[in-house]
Design a protein. Sequence first.
Length: 275
Amino acid sequence: MGRGQKGRIDIVTSWVRRQPPKVKAFMAVVAGMATLVLLRAIVHDHDNLFVAAEAVHSIGISVLIYKLIKEKTCAGLSLKTQELTAIFLAVRLYCSFVMEYDIHTVLDLVTLATTLWVIYMIRFKLKSSYMEDKDNLPIYYVLAPCALLALIIHPSTSHHIVNRILWAFCVYLEAVSVMPQLRVIQNTKIVEPFTAHYVFALGVARFLACAHWVLQVLDSRGHLLVALGYGLWPSMRFWRTTRFASSLGSGVRYSLSIHLRLTLGSLGFGIAQCG
């Protein structure tokens, strides 16, 4: 039975792999919409989706830690993505302290601590294996547009203007923080298994965070859009989710069957957390 299921998965992944990038992106969007409908039907407290997203992100970080400790190499990892992740987590942690203190604050604190440890390992302990020439996306290409966009479009809540701008900045930065890692993957044309698992877990976490936001908008009958800057934020979240599908499916060699199983496992974990 196990071999039969594996064979069917291999057939499906082989068929998906042969499809053009646009078809893959379309299938990803359709699958995402179907999953949103399913999550709305079975998850009653949509805040748990954010908790699940943070949990899956932590799983991805754990995979990185395992790689760094066991294999003693950081080859294929983007230091700039880790630094961008630390920046948006630090800003979001500050906003969480001054705007609302809840379980999200604790999760962000844990994730920030582990991310800082990964940065320390790449910068100092495993610097010789860091592929700096492949990690060549200037970090200000990501930070500057996010800062400018946050100044122009930010939430219309009752909090101080500085806090609202910072909150918008961390949301926009979170949406694009994975870009340096995708550049490394595209430059190397090959994905080491642990790195692939981390990137895929990050994609699942982003999707759950997107689902949390979209379902909140639906539950509020659109009033949340008015408070949070209208339609830009959900567009950013949908963009970052589909970006994973299109980038990983374009010119990158990796095992789709492994990632299908990881997707099912991660989504099952998220649903279990939401139950």
